[in-house]
Design a protein around this ligand. Structure first.
Ligand SMILES: Cc1cc2nc3c(=O)[nH]c(=O)nc-3n(C[C@H](O)[C@H](O)[C@H](O)COP(=O)(O)OP(=O)(O)OC[C@H]3O[C@@H](n4cnc5c(N)ncnc54)[C@H](O)[C@@H]3O)c2cc1C
Length: 269
């Protein structure tokens, strides 16, 4: 592990997972730096002046592994490396920004992405919710594993994301609305997957973080048609106005996208 100082900031560069966990400690005062696609603009514009920076690039936290039917993805795996991941994660990854950003941006950064300028970030989150993924983190009480929706609800503060685990779904679906510009964020995206627990649905773009559409899932489990179940999405999400779209537009779009994602179940890529 190396440590250097620059303009009052201290940079720590762990060279293993254990060193990263040790250097993170309870996370107080530590700024975790992954791909930097969110952090670098904040630092360049002077909105963020980190004192202690944990650079994860050499910590050995990247890569996709397969074992006993489970897929394990390291936090430092880039979004580009996820373009062929199990659906709907692959579709979500291919829809993030452009090649340049995807080659730099990481899974961990996407899971911990704070909303920026009122605009939701974190398009991979909805796919991970649909896939019933779990997140392994380190922090004050040591390491723990939690369902991704619980991790998102609790917030990333004080936790270092190490890896995510998921299983290939039986079927998957994806539907999104984007602006026709490579650098634009997704306005709204819906991911669906049939897992061993039944059909799960994740929505991104309708809140600071992606959320699980439990009302939609319950309606489907109760035998509702895809069209009727999709209407329940408005009980799961209360979209807000932001720089990308109005709440009015998103409210009308959401049931349409949920219906499309459910229709797409089984469509693959
Ligand atoms: C032009 C542009 C377009 C974009 N378009 C999209 C888009 O379409 N969809 C989308 O989802 N995002 C988009 N983004 C946002 C961003 O690129 C992604 O969310 C990306 O995955 C963030 O990952 P990163 O590694 O670059 O994060 P970083 O900038 O390194 O970090 C982001 C945040 O996560 C924290 N963090 C990072 N890794 C960890 C970890 N392992 N444990 C704990 N905390 C961690 C950091 O401390 C920081 O708070 C865009 C960004 C830009 C600049």
């Amino acid at each position: 592990m190396t440590s250097t100082s620059l303009e009052a900031a201290q940079f720590v560069v762990p060279t293993s997972r254990d060193e990263a966990v040790q250097a993170f400690g309870d996370g107080s005062g530590v700024t975790v730096f992954a791909g930097g696609t969110i952090l670098m603009p904040e630092i360049n514009y002077g909105r963020l002046r980190p004192a202690h920076v944990l650079m994860l690039g050499r910590a050995g936290l990247s890569g996709i592994g397969h074992k006993d039917g489970a897929v394990t993805i390291g936090a430092m795996t880039t979004v580009a490396e996820l373009e062929d991941a199990p659906e709907p994660l692959g579709s979500a990854a291919r829809n993030v920004a452009d090649h340049e950003i995807r080659a730099q941006a990481t899974l961990g950064g996407n899971l911990c992405a704070p909303s920026g300028g009122g605009t939701p970030r974190g398009d991979l989150q909805a796919a991970l919710i649909a896939l019933a993924a779990t997140v392994r983190t380190a922090g004050k009480d040591g390491e723990r594993t939690a369902p991704v929706e619980d991790f998102l609800a609790a917030g990333a503060d004080g936790r270092l994301v190490l890896e995510v685990e998921l299983h290939e779904p039986k079927r998957s679906g994806y539907a999104a609305a984007r602006r026709p510009h490579a650098h634009a964020y997704t306005i709204l995206a819906v991911c669906a997957a049939e897992t061993s627990e039944g059909v799960r649905v994740g929505i991104s773009g309708a809140g600071a973080n992606a959320l699980r559409a439990r009302h939609v899932e319950d309606a489907l489990a109760g035998g509702a048609s895809a069209e009727d179940a999709a209407q329940k999405a408005l009980d799961d999400a209360q979209p807000q106005d932001d720089a990308l779209a109005s709440a009015w537009y998103r409210q009308r779009l959401l049931p349409v996208l949920v219906r499309r994602a459910l229709d797409d179940l089984g469509g693959g890529k």
